[in-house]
Design a protein around this ligand. Structure first.
Ligand SMILES: [Zn+2]
Length: 81
């Protein structure tokens, strides 16, 4: 009987530890944080914008990130002039 109680307690402890470990590593929230932290610089106005809000444009075979399409157009004109 005593052994059964011990086994039950050990099982409970195992469940608690497993639960703590599982909540400590959530791949979804970690991905969100990485996306928010990733900043790119607009080469025209030199502003830093989050990558998910940036406008990606390929100009003269190179990829650039802009805060707006206006900056993209101006930058394009500037480097082509
Ligand atoms: Zn800009």
């Amino acid at each position: 009987m005593r052994f059964l109680i011990f086994a039950f307690l050990a099982y409970l402890l195992y469940r608690v530890i497993k639960g703590v470990l599982a909540s400590g590593q959530s791949p979804v929230s970690r991905d969100d944080r990485r996306t928010i932290d990733e900043m790119v610089q607009d080469p025209f106005c030199k502003t830093y914008i989050p990558l998910r809000d940036a406008q990606k444009k390929t100009i003269a075979g190179k990829e650039y990130f802009f805060c707006s399409s206006e900056c993209a157009e101006r930058f394009k004109k500037e480097i082509q002039a």
